[in-house]
Design a protein around this ligand. Structure first.
Ligand SMILES: Cc1ncc(COP(=O)(O)O)c(C=O)c1O
Length: 392
């Protein structure tokens, strides 16, 4: 018998949709897929070459559980220079993607019945991982009309004596919103007072388009740094989703616990992969790549936002970051009974793939990635328009 914890586990809907789109494409069907949660650019060659060099040099054995020392140091440098918060290499743990970093943090902190505050809409994985660790997600709603703004009051009023952790994901997947630093500071100060940890998932911090105030949560003050786990990843920043490399930065005693959990789960992040990641940080071409990618997503953000805003009765928040947009189709979804049914019909009738918002805790929306070509975005919007017109 499967354990009761795992029985209720939902598979990742984004990965499921990607598989479905791939299958249709292989059958020669001309689908427009807004489902992918990853960049459409390939990993830059200089990163691939460094990884191949490492393989040729025999970097093929178990490294330390926390990561190769050079990479931990390079990440500590990055945290200091780019993100304004100083960590020693011993305070960095390299993980098999940010996804594992988050799971290890939850494993390290959560006892059965502990509550985790989770602003909603949220990235699908948080809810499932919290539950797998015996925790209870406590959702803090944010809304399209209000620009998905996170209000400190809304967070604070949900704190109980079981609250162990808050997950802050700004910029946010799926909405593309960047939370107000003022509100985050208020939340973080309360967390310090009440002994609540902060997990700050900053995986999209290099993909901010607008001049909005932004800084790494741990850089807000030394007491805040002490209770914060900063999570980040090479996946989105350097188009390295398949490499599986991310990290967590936190206080040294906590980093030791995370590294030791890592050693029991996966031993380590693959050695040669870490050398590729190291090159991404060391080589100035890494920064150039980020600038180029950001510019490209910024242009596409305009195309998709304008396109969606031109659709009748669809509420659209213009994302400030990431490569996701999270339009509200509630007006149409009602007739289908659920956004899952709506997105199935959209795929079947209009050959447009998008992930239902309910997977992110926001029924009635669709999450659409704009990590696809301008032509495909425009084609997808045209098909959406026809689909919606036929419904009216
Ligand atoms: C908010 C957020 N955090 C973490 C991740 C996981 O990243 P990684 O590929 O490093 O596991 C994703 C990937 O979709 C994400 O959107």
């Amino acid at each position: 018998m499967i354990s009761s914890r795992v029985k209720s586990l939902k598979p990742s809907p984004t990965i499921a949709l990607s598989a479905k789109l791939r299958e249709l494409r292989e059958q020669g069907v001309d689908v427009v897929g807004f489902g992918a949660g990853e960049p459409d650019l390939d990993t830059p060659d200089f990163i691939k070459s460094a990884c191949m060099r490492a393989l040729k040099e025999g970097k093929t054995k178990y490294p330390p559980a926390g990561g190769i020392p050079e990479l931990r140091e390079a990440i500590a440098n990055l945290m200091e220079k780019e993100k304004g918060v100083s960590y020693s290499p011993q305070e960095i743990v390299v993980t098999v993607g940010a996804k594992l970093a988050i799971f290890l943090i939850l494993q390290a902190l959560i006892d059965d019945g502990d509550e985790v505050l989770l602003p909603s809409p949220y990235w699908v994985t948080y809810e499932e991982q919290i539950k797998l660790c015996g925790g209870i997600p406590i959702f803090v709603p944010t809304r399209t009309e209000k620009g998905f703004e996170l209000k400190a009051d809304e967070v604070i009023k949900r704190i109980t004596n079981r609250t162990k952790l808050i997950i802050i994901n700004s910029p946010t997947n799926p909405t593309g919103a960047v939370f107000s630093m003022e509100e985050i500071r208020k939340i973080a100060e309360v967390c310090v007072k009440k002994n609540i940890y902060i997990l700050s998932d900053e995986c999209y911090d290099e993909l901010i388009f607008d001049e909005v105030p932004y800084q790494s949560v741990a850089s807000l003050g030394s007491e805040i740094r002490e209770i914060t786990f900063t999570v980040n990843s090479f996946s989105k920043t350097f188009s390295m989703t398949g490499w599986r490399v991310g990290w967590v930065a936190c206080r040294e005693d906590l980093a030791k616990v995370i590294a030791s959990l890592n050693s029991q789960y996966v031993s380590n992040t693959p050695t040669f992969v870490q050398y590729g990641a190291l090159e991404a940080l060391r080589n100035p071409a890494g920064r150039e790549f980020i600038e180029k990618a950001r510019e490209m997503y910024r242009e596409r953000r305009e195309v998709i936002t304008e396109g969606l805003q031109s659709l009748p009765d669809v509420k659209v928040f213009r994302p400030q970051a990431t490569f996701f947009i999270f339009p509200d189709f509630s007006r149409y979804v009602e007739a289908f009974g659920s956004d899952v049914k709506f997105s199935e019909a959209l795929l079947e009738k209009a050959l447009v793939g998008a992930v239902p918002g309910s997977a992110f805790g926001a029924e009635g929306h669709l999450r659409m990635s704009f990590a696809l070509s301008r032509e495909n975005i425009e084609k997808g919007i045209e098909r959406l328009l026809t689909f919606l017109k036929d419904l009216r």
